[in-house]
Design a binder for this molecule. Sequence first.
Ligand code: SF4
Length: 340
Amino acid sequence: MKIKIIPVFLPENQCPFNCKFCNVKLANGDVLIKNHHDIVELIEKSLKTIKKRYPDSFKEVAFFGGTFTFGSLKEIEDYLKIVKPYIDKREIDGIRVSTRPDFFNKEIAEMFVNYNVTTVEFGVQSFDNNVLKQVRRGHNEKAAKNAVKLSKQYGFKTSLHHMIGLPFQTNDIFLKDIGETIKLKPHYARIHPLVVLRDTELAKEGFKAPDCKDILPALAKGVYLLKKNGIEVIKLGLQPTDSLNERESVLSGCYHQSLKHLVFSEIYRQFLQKQIEKGVKEITVSESDKSFFYGYRGSNRDLIEKITLKSDNKIERESVLVKGEVLRIFKEKIYDKEVY
Ligand code: SF4
């Protein structure tokens, strides 16, 4: 079932931390909510559109921005109470919250159950304690793993946010992070390449985040491994906003309007390469996947010249027909080394 999210971005004063890469206001744009009345207005407005266009979708109100569970239990409950009438009327199916792993415990989980929270997203960023320390994250690997396990025990769909390109986080460390995530078996993952935003600690330190080309092979492999292990990658990269697109908001890093296309082109390139090595001369692909096979701005053309590519609408996305056999791209072994 399609999930439709009504995102509510809470104010940045909701978070007392100061992670070196964070500028909540810039990353979330100018849509930060000021009071409870704003939330009701936003839900009503969004519901009108969703009911009309996606009547059969699973509808979640999502509390993003800051650290949702930082406040007192009463403050957290006050936010959840706003959504309750919509859940009682069955206009909304659940609530999604995004928070830090070290601000999640049994008491909060029990309250979440009572208010129909369905999905919990954790900003993990990395499981490497040195990387976490370098960006002044304020929690360690153990806290992240415990939070994910607790969330799953309570039956919440659980999502992990990862970053790539953080100070001291080599591509190998990123792939180890992905390996740890696979072991934890969450439902979803989001991956954001580090972008150094103005007015952050990293900007003050003059840190230069790696470009897309420096992280692309590891990022693509990470996405492939997650998907191969049944973890849905629900977002790649920061959502472009007007504030992010303003001049000098993004100082360095992989901030790309078509990051998914870039990443999938690289994964499909690896797949093509393997087929060519096996001597395959022709493959039939889904029409909607064709652009990934050709690659972002034709980046895979050199390989396409070595294999005949046909397309057929009957082929499902992320599948191909090779010598009469249907292969699922994210189930095939496409990297020589797939251990983590
Ligand atoms: S915990 Fe989240 S919202 Fe708070 S400073 Fe760190 S990244 Fe930003």
